[in-house]
Structure formats: C-alpha cells, structure tokens
Write a protein that binds this ligand. Structure first.
Ligand SMILES: Nc1ncnc2c1ncn2[C@@H]1O[C@H](COP(=O)(O)OP(=O)(O)OP(=O)(O)O)[C@@H](O)[C@H]1O
Length: 615
C-alpha cells in the first residue's frame, strides 16, 4: 500500500535529496514543501495534514510539527557523518569556528570534534529565541564562522557573519525513510485496531460517552448524538457540564462519595434514560468515566417500545405564540378537549402536534395516562402486537381503557393495521384517541391506499397547526422563552437577541419548524456569553448548518421539492438525506426511520458526504 509522505525541508538542497531518494522507495508518494520552524505550521495547515500518512522533517521543525499534528513526524537525524563532512570542510580554515545548535547537533559535534582532536567551541541552545543572543555571545568571544542549523545560519547571515549549514547527507535521509516505513506500518496497524474498537462502540445500541479526569468529553458515539439530537463534533473536548449538566453532577457526586459505579434513570432533553456510569482505572482516582445511555431499556421495562408514557406533559399555557393563527388553533383545541371525541392534528414536522395533543389530554384527562404510539415504526409486527395483541397476550386496546392514546404519524400506519384500528374504533374504545399527521388530512384522503373510513372517522374533529414561516411574528417570543430556559439551565444572564439576528432567523423557511428553530437557536445560545445573542454567534451556527448541507440553510425549502437532479446519484442521495434531516429538526433517528435505513447507515452516509465535501 502506498505511503503518502509529506516532506518539510528547511532548505532547498534537502528537498532535492528527498525527491531523489524517494525514487528508490516504491511505496512512497512524496510531496515536499520548503519551510522552517514556525513557517512550517503556516505552510501545511491542519486540512493539508489529512492528506498524508507521515511527515518527514528535520531538527527543531520536526519537534514543532510533532506538537501540532496527529500523524507521525519522522526526524531526519543529523548524523556523525553530516558533522564530519562540515568539520572536514573547515578544519584547515584560519578563521575561528564554533558550533551553535539544538542538542542533537551539539552532541554529535562534541563527539566528532573530540575524535578529530579539534578544539571547537560549542554553544548549545534549547529554543529558537536564543539564537540571536547566542550568536552575539560567540562573536564577542572572537568566533568568525558559525556551523549550525538553518535558523542559526540564516540569523548569522542577517547579522553579517559567516554561517555554514550542517546539511543532512544521503545516509541520514535514507535512515529517516526506513524509519517512515517502519513507523507507518506500526501506525496503520494501531489505527486499524483503534478503528475496530471505535466501530464496536459506534454500533452499540446504547449511547456511549467517555469523559476524562478534567470532565471534558473525549468520545461520544453516534447513538448518543442521535439521542441528544446533536452533532457529535460540537461536543468534542467540551466540558461535560455545558453539555449534560445532569450527568456532570452525578459524576461529581460519585467522586465525593468515592463510588466508581452508578446506575439509575436520568431525564435528558425531556426523555427518560437508563444510565450506567463507570469510573475506569484504579481506585477512586479514575482517569476516565464511561457513561452508557439506554432509552430502549426504559421502555422495555414496561415491555412497550412503540407505546410509552412521557414523564412530563405540556399544557396549553406552554404553547407559545400570539399570532392569530396559533391562537385560533388553541381555542379550537380547548373546545375539543371538553368532549371525548377523537381528534386529528395535522402540521408539518416540528410544528407542535405532540405538545398540542398533550395539552388537550391535560385539560380534561389529566389524572389519567397519556400514551404515545409511534406509527412510523420499522417493526410493524411488533407495533401490531403492542397495539392489538398476539397469541402471546393482549395488546394495548385489550388492557388500557382510560386516558389518551396519541397515534403519532398516522399516515405511516401500515394498511392492515389501519383496518384493525378501524375495527377497534367501530367496536368502541374507552379512551380518547388523538392522531397526528405531517400531511394535511385532505391530502391524505386523496391517497387511495389510506383507509377512507378511518380517515373520516378520525378526522371529524380536525386541527391544523400552521408552519412557523406562516406565523413568523411568534418567532421572537419563542426565542425569548428559549433564552429564559437556557439562562436557568446554564446560569447565564442573557436578556435578548439583536435585531439583525432576528432578521436573519426570519429570513429562513424553517422546514423543520419550531423543532429546527429550537435546535439552531439553542446552538447560538451555547455560544453566547454576553447579554445579547449577537450576529457573530448566529453566523457561526449558520455557517455550520451551511457546511452540513453544503448550501445555505435558507436555500433549502423542504416544501418546494427543491432537489437538484443534475448531480451524481451520491449527491442526490445526500440532498434527500439532508432534506429529511432538516424536516426532522436534525433528529437522526427520525430521519433514518423515514428514509427506511438504520441510524448507523445514515450516520455513515453523512460522514462520507461530509468527507467528500471537504475534499
Ligand atoms: N407553540 C409552541 N410553543 C412552544 N414550544 C413549541 C411550540 N410548538 C412546538 N414547540 C416545541 O418544539 C418541539 C417540537 O414540538 P413537537 O414534538 O410537539 O412537534 P411535532 O409536530 O409533534 O413534531 P414531529 O412531527 O416532528 O414529531 C418541542 O420541543 C416543543 O416543545
């Protein structure tokens, strides 16, 4: 396999030698840049590093690069031969000669000059900043010619003195190239091992977080990201307290009580999780903490994965908005809540169908349970068993006779289950049924495959939630409430949003509606440390959205089927994924379910398209 090598040569002769000797190494794909010390970092930049497997450089430049990049940096050594060559060159000179350099040069020079019985003064330096003062000292001591590294020689020249560069010879470069191959093979093997273990963590059905001793998040798998509806890259190396304060406090508590294990449930982003926290390492001084988050176990405890009862329910008072459109819906809903009729709520994703359903339930059946069933299931057999029972036992309708059943996304209910539901409704059910759909009821009726009788029976009492873009006057109010919540959660003192940010927010179509606004705006809040959300913070988030989708967010209008079919199949696929993701408020689980792929496939596709976008 080819090894992509980047040579950083501090002087042009070394570049030529690199190219010449690389011809003898058939595995090498070599590029060389000429740069020294600090300039080397400016020249390569992090994105360029990604194109290479190994860097080869020399002396102080190699040391600096090693701190800056994550790939191996191999040093071209200054060998005894190299020093011997320059010493031979100047040994008969009448000028007073001295060596100035980093320890690698000084040690070699001392040994070789001893062997040759040459009395050459040696001035060691530890840092680039010492070069000039050391030169002054040497010249004050009567030295006329300096032997040294690139910076030393360049500085001596600038100061009007002679400098002779200790160049690296063929054998030094050959030795470095042999080291490249050796290190690359080890590095690749280790990397494969690391990828293998990461893949295991990524494939785990649980969300996994790894936190270091300073409470900084070091790793999060895609399930954790999807649970939290956030992009993992945002979390990288951030203090846990700013991302998951609830888990952060639990870990602190464990430290105080010197416990290395904790298991229980925690509510994060309004969902209940089964959480296990393990301190790994020795005794109480564990260096890493692993957190496992599991939502499925919580619902499996009650043996219902598609039907569950949320722990906290919304009420009408929590539905924000004073636009005539939203006020009218709330008023209609309050009237409907007084009866026991079935209700159909339509609205684009993220318009608040769930909180409206909960509010209706809360207004009249608050003492009873609210059950939510996701009709958009990937396992219709299981959904069928949970709703209608099987030979192994009764389902929901056989067991629950009070409260509210909220059938979310009814348009996805398989046809045979629509029929079963209809029969159930004809026979009568004890509880209130509320259904929701992203497609307006009227449009669903036109779909021949949807059971018409069921649609009429459920849609008699119908509510339509308008999309956010049709009630933009509510946007500012929603942002205000989000700020208040954020202040109380993170102890910040924000008081508002600058007008130009509101203007920016209002310029977008928000296909994912309030859910999408919430995600984007909360990201802006995380970045805000002053009293107002400023344009600066808004633009950082905006840019990231842009990077994620490859085009500005406001250009994507999910309702206008704005797919550009001129690209490759991969590009069209990426557009479709991003479209659906945005409609789902960037929730990967929901987007994956809608696309009929599993979450890790979605994650992989996004990662792949992201990598290609960065090419
Ligand atoms: N009018 C509103 N006031 C306050 N918050 C709202 C409002 N509408 C929606 N939200 C918030 O937006 C998010 C999405 O709302 P909800 O889940 O009810 O939407 P939905 O239409 O059911 O979405 P989906 O169809 O994608 O599941 C929730 O966090 C909810 O609290």
């Amino acid at each position: 396999m080819g090894i992509r090598v980047l040579g950083i040569a501090p002087y042009s002769g070394l570049r030529d030698l690199f190219y010449e000797l690389a011809k003898e190494e058939d595995r090498f794909e070599l590029d060389v840049e000429i740069a020294d010390l600090g300039e080397a970092i400016d020249t390569i930049g992090q994105s360029k590093v990604l194109e290479y497997d190994v860097i080869v450089s020399r002396g102080g430049t190699a040391t600096l690069l090693r701190e800056y990049v994550e790939i191996p940096v191999i040093d071209v050594p200054v060998s005894g031969y190299d020093i011997l060559r320059v010493l031979t060159l100047i040994k008969d000179s009448n000028s007073r000669v001295a060596v100035i350099g980093f320890p690698n040069i000084c040690h070699g020079a001392a040994t070789v000059s001893n062997l040759l019985n040459l009395k050459i003064p040696i001035y060691p330096i530890e840092h680039e900043s010492e070069v000039r003062s050391t030169l002054v000292k040497a010249f004050n001591d009567g030295v006329q010619v300096i032997l040294g590294d690139v910076v030393t020689v360049r500085t001596a020249d600038e100061m009007g003195y002679h400098g002779v560069l200790i160049t690296s010879g063929r054998e030094s470069v050959q030795e470095a190239f042999a080291e490249v191959i050796r290190i690359y093979d080890i590095y690749k093997r280790e990397q494969e091992k690391a990828n293998f273990y990461e893949e295991i963590l990524q494939r785990d059905h649980r969300g996994i977080l790894v936190i270091d001793a300073s409470n900084v998040l070091r790793f999060a798998n895609s399930q954790a990201s999807s649970y939290m509806n956030r992009d993992i890259r945002e979390w990288h190396r951030k203090p846990l307290q700013t991302i998951f304060p609830e888990i952060g406090s639990k870990i602190q508590e464990m430290h105080i009580f010197k416990r290395t294990h904790w298991q229980g449930t925690i509510t994060l982003s309004e969902c209940l999780y089964d959480v296990e926290i393990d301190g790994i390492g020795q005794n109480q001084q564990w260096p890493y903490t692993i957190v496992y988050l599991d939502r499925s176990r919580v619902s499996q405890n009650s043996d219902q994965s598609y039907i569950y009862s949320p722990t906290r329910l919304s009420s009408f008072a929590q539905i924000i908005g004073s636009s005539p459109e939203i006020l009218q819906v709330i008023e209609q809903a309050k009237q409907m809540a007084k009866t026991a009729n079935a209700i159909w709520i339509s609205g684009e994703p993220g318009t608040g169908k769930t909180i409206l359903a909960q509010s209706i339930h809360n207004a009249n059946e608050s003492g009873q349970n609210f059950y939510k069933a996701a009709c958009r299931s990937s396992d219709s057999k299981r959904l069928e068993e949970e709703l209608f029972g099987s030979i192994h036992g009764g389902g929901f309708f056989q067991q629950i006779f009070h409260g509210t059943l909220y059938l979310e996304d009814i348009e996805y209910l398989p046809v045979h289950l629509q029929e079963k539901l209809l029969i159930q409704l004809r026979n009568g059910v004890g509880l209130r049924v509320i259904v929701s759909s992203s497609i307006p009821w009227g449009q669903l009726l036109q779909r021949t495959e949807f059971n018409q009788e069921l649609a009429y029976r459920l849609g008699e009492h119908y509510l339509y939630l308008p999309p956010l873009r049709e009630r933009l006057e509510d946007l500012e109010e929603i942002c205000r409430i989000l700020i208040a919540r954020h202040n109380s959660k993170f102890g910040k003192q924000m008081v508002g949003v600058r007008d130009d940010v509101i203007h920016l927010l209002k310029s977008h179509d928000w296909p994912g509606n309030i859910k999408e606004l919430k995600n984007a705006f909360e990201d802006m809040l995380l970045l805000t440390n002053g009293h107002y959300v400023e344009r600066k913070e808004a633009e950082i988030v905006w840019k990231r959205y842009k990077q994620m989708s490859g085009k500005p967010i406001r250009e994507i209008d999910a309702n206008k089927a704005a797919l550009d079919m001129s690209g490759t199949l991969d590009e069209i696929e990426t557009q479709v994924i991003l479209h659906v993701l945005q409609q789902e408020g960037m929730n990967q689980s929901k987007a994956a379910a809608r696309l009929g792929i599993n979450r890790s496939t979605l994650w992989r596709k996004l990662k792949y398209s992201d990598a290609k976008a960065n090419d």
